[in-house]
Each structure stands twice: as structure tokens, then as C-alpha cells.
Design a protein around this ligand. Sequence first.
Ligand SMILES: NC(=O)c1ccc[n+]([C@@H]2O[C@H](COP(=O)([O-])OP(=O)(O)OC[C@H]3O[C@@H](n4cnc5c(N)ncnc54)[C@H](OP(=O)(O)O)[C@@H]3O)[C@@H](O)[C@H]2O)c1
Length: 297
Amino acid sequence: MGILPLPTPQEVRMKDIAVIGLGQMGATLARLSLQAGWRVHVWNRTPGKAESLSAAGAGVAARPADAVRAAEIVVMCVHDYAAARQILDADGVDLAGKVLVQFTTGSPREAQDAAAALAAEGAGFVAGAIQVAPEQMGQPDTTILVSGAEEHVERARAVLAAYGGNIVHLGASPAAAATMDLATLSFVYGASLGFFQGAALAEREGLDVRRYGAIVHALAPSYGEFLRHEAGVIASGDYRITQSPLSISVDATRRIEDAMRARGLRTELPAAIAALLRRADEAGYGGEEFAAVAKVL
Ligand SMILES: NC(=O)c1ccc[n+]([C@@H]2O[C@H](COP(=O)([O-])OP(=O)(O)OC[C@H]3O[C@@H](n4cnc5c(N)ncnc54)[C@H](OP(=O)(O)O)[C@@H]3O)[C@@H](O)[C@H]2O)c1
């Protein structure tokens, strides 16, 4: 394994970064950092995972402390925040004056606590959230969510640019990136489960599930536009009907629930959706835009 000589603190330049955690995602971040021209110092609990990065030019640190000492910006990407804290608590790790970019997935609360702990250690903190698979990283349209103090995000910006062309800074709150990640995942899981429930109905009726997938694929872009419109409705607080009256969805979701039941399929999901629409209707929002259901959530 090639080992870069560790620079003294005086030699540490903005061109040196550390990447800690070389799993699927961490190794991708390290590789993209190398390709972007950074001097990269890596550390991983299981040393073997550093071998291919070493061959590609990364310096392999024997301890987390050595990787941190060599770098100005420390990129962390391990399993969870508990593992990250364990690493940072190891002997000799001194983050004072550095910025930790945390790409380990965690809760909003964990990000907040980590930011406070790092501030007490004299370090900056950028909370990151990655929403794509490793092979989709580093593209011009790759979106990376970040939050944290402007000065810390700015110090890390050139590093972040190697990971995706669309860096979205969500503000100073360290919790914001994780919160937006969860909000987005709420959409993904809600839509996916609705999709799978629809597949069950199509299949039970002998329809071609691949064709069902193709039809959903074709409507996805316009559905995305519709959701952006509904977000604007919620943000403005003006729920006058502009696209789709909520009352239509009250009837549609009741029909979906009835159809699932009639075909002997599980009804927890369609029943929950129909019940929420009914509640919004009973609260008097039937004559408003569909997004008014958000008022009862
Ligand atoms: N892969 C994705 O598609 C993806 C997408 C978005 C976000 N993420 C997030 O990125 C983070 C890393 O994901 P990954 O896919 O790279 O996972 P992974 O391939 O399972 O790698 C996990 C990494 O965490 C390290 N680790 C786990 N427990 C540790 C501990 N107690 N002390 C030290 N190191 C420890 C592992 O070290 P060892 O090699 O020694 O086991 C390894 O480097 C996760 O928080 C994940 O949610 C991943």
C-alpha cells in the first residue's frame, strides 16, 4: 500500500482532505475526490478496503487521528452516527479548526447533537444527505443536500463539487439536510407502496404488470410537475382550486379501497389513505385544492 507522508500542520493545505469510511459510498467519495485532484487521506476500520484507493493515489492513514491531522476538510461516511462518534473519540483525533462533512445517514436530532459536539471541539460541521446510489454520484445533475453554517459550507464547497453538480444548501440548521432527506423519503416510500399496491390489483385482474409500470413511468414527469404545484399551494396558504378539487380524491380513494377489498387484497394502505381524505372532507376542505389534505396531517 502506498503511504503518503503525513504533512505537518503548517503544510496542511486546502488541497488535503480526509475520507473516513470506505464502504460502498465512502469509497466512491474518496475516488471522486482523487479524480477532482485532491490529495486524499483515507482511513477505514477494515484496512483491506483502502487497497484499490491506495493504488489510485490515496494516502492510507494507520489511525483516524492521522487522516484528520493531514486534512483541512474531513469527509465521514460510515454506517451510522454512533460509529462516526466512536471514530472521532479515538486517541489523538483533533478536529480543531477543521470542517467535518458528515455523509453518514442520521436523524435530524443526531445531526444537531453532532454539530454541538463539534462546535465544542472548535470544528465546523456540514451535514450532508446523499439520495442516490454510489454509481450515480459525481454527475452534473447529482443532487447533494447539505446544511450548516454558511462559512463551513463555503469552506467545503469545492470538495462537495466533486460529488455532484447540484449542491443544495438548506440553511444553517444542522438538522435541515436530514429532515429534507426524510421528507423526500416519505414521498418515495408513500409513492412506492402505492405503486406496489396498484401492481397487486393489476396482477390480480390479469393485467400486464410491465405495462402498468410503463404507464406509471409515462405519467411520472407530469405528476412531478403537479406535486411542485401543490407544494406552491401549501407554501402560499391559498387553497382555492387551481388544479384538482380535494373532493375528487375523496371519491377516488374510496373506490380504490373498495376494489382492493373486492379482489381479496389487503386494504390497510388504501383504507388509511381514504380515511385521511375523508377526514379532510369532513373538516370542510372538500371544495379546496387537493393539497388541503396537508391541513389534517
Ligand atoms: N450506498 C448507498 O447507496 C448510500 C446512499 C445514500 C447514503 N448512504 C449512507 O452512507 C453511509 C455509508 O453507507 P455505505 O453504503 O458505504 O455502507 P457500507 O458499504 O455498509 O459501509 C459501511 C462503512 O461503515 C464502516 N463502519 C461500520 N461500523 C463501524 C464502526 N463501528 N467503526 C468504524 N467503521 C464502521 C464500515 O467499516 P468496515 O469496512 O470496517 O466494515 C464501512 O466503511 C450510510 O450512513 C448510508 O446510509 C449510502
